[in-house]
Design a protein around this ligand. Structure first.
Ligand SMILES: Nc1ncnc2c1ncn2[C@@H]1O[C@H](COP(=O)(O)OP(=O)(O)OP(=O)(O)O)[C@@H](O)[C@H]1O
Ligand SMILES: [Mg+2]
Length: 310
């Protein structure tokens, strides 16, 4: 232990093609992932998450920048690094006609396992990921959820110290997504693995990630804990009032700390700064109406995402 799972300084990456000018997809990325952390990569489509994960997992090289993985040089020591890490991606592609068990044995052999050690490791992963009932099923017949689970099981075969997960729950139904998140949490805790994951699901990031880097057009635009990201942006709380009768929207807009107001008849949505203690004033402005419901929602990561992606 000791050394940081990821230490990246000034990483830049562009894709070149013969016909088009080079497009820069990562610009000056610097970040450090601490040992034992689950680190999240968030950002809109095309912001560079998969490219960054591919660089961190030594699959592609940045043309500029310094990168150390588990204290090893990403370029010079990549063979050593690859023994210590593993990766699972959203749309796993395994040999289609091999069964779950055959696939795990196949990958196990690629990681240098053989004989009783191979059989034991494969059995352990089948148990850990509850694949026992499906071990004789061919990859091509597996549901999306089972493919993801097999992919996670494969990623654990070499007992990695650092795991990269690119959208581990994309395409899964809510129930299976939650099971997968709990599984990720469990292997993170039990095996003391550091994890770098990308996701489009904010509840997933809130539940799993200790810290999050938010990418936009290949740059890090924010990096912090989920809670600090919310505080940092000073996002107000959303207050929705359902009412009958009439209320002056203009007067609501003038209340100190009311950041924005949008309304349709019978419904007003306001973003307010609660530290202004203005709820009382707002409610009084509804004196001529009959309030049917008031819903107050704290800002969540979804709001942070929308704000940062703008
Ligand atoms: N092999 C490639 N050749 C050229 N351009 C590429 C290549 N791979 C990715 N890109 C471009 O790099 C940019 C970043 O893509 P990347 O897949 O890293 O984004 P992402 O954040 O993972 O997106 P998503 O959320 O959709 O998965 C995009 O503009 C993409 O079109
Ligand atoms: Mg991606």
């Amino acid at each position: 232990m000791g050394e940081k799972p990821v230490e990246a300084q000034g990483i830049c990456k562009s894709y070149r093609s013969f016909f088009r000018a080079a497009t820069t997809v990562l610009k000056d990325i610097s970040l450090e992932v601490e040992a034992g952390e689950i680190f999240g990569l968030l950002g809109p489509n095309g912001s560079g998450k998969t490219t960054l994960i591919s660089i961190f997992s030594t699959l592609i090289y940045p043309e500029i920048g310094r990168l150390h993985i588990l204290g090893l040089d990403a370029h010079r020591d990549r063979n050593e690094i690859r023994k210590l890490i593993n990766i699972s991606t959203a749309k796993p592609n395994f040999p289609w006609s091999l069964t779950v068990k055959e696939n795990l044995r196949h990958y196990g052999m690629l990681y240098g396992l053989y004989g009783p050690a191979l059989s034991q490791t494969v059995r352990d992963q089948i148990d850990a990921f509850e694949l026992g009932d499906f071990q004789a099923m061919k990859f091509e017949d597996l549901s999306t959820g089972l493919k993801q689970r097999l992919s996670l099981a494969k990623a654990m075969l070499n007992q990695p110290r650092l795991l990269f997960l690119d959208e581990p729950t994309t395409g899964l139904d809510p129930d299976i997504s939650m099971k997968t998140r709990l599984l990720i949490q469990r292997i993170h805790e039990e095996e003391n693995i550091s994890v770098v994951l990308s996701t489009h699901y904010m509840p997933e990031a809130e539940m799993l990630c200790d810290r999050i880097a938010f990418l936009r057009k290949g740059k890090i635009v924010a990096l912090n804990t989920p809670q600090n990201l919310k505080n940092q942006l000073g996002l107000g709380e959303k207050v929705t009032v359902l009412y009958e009768g009439s209320v002056s929207i203009a007067e609501l807009e003038r209340v100190p700390g009311v950041i924005s107001v949008s309304s349709v008849p019978g419904r007003v949505e306001m973003i307010i700064d609660r530290s202004m203690e203005n709820l009382d004033i707002i409610v009084k402005l509804f004196a001529k109406a009959r309030i049917l419901d008031i819903i107050i929602k704290e800002p969540d990561l979804e709001d942070v995402f929308i704000e940062l992606a703008r």
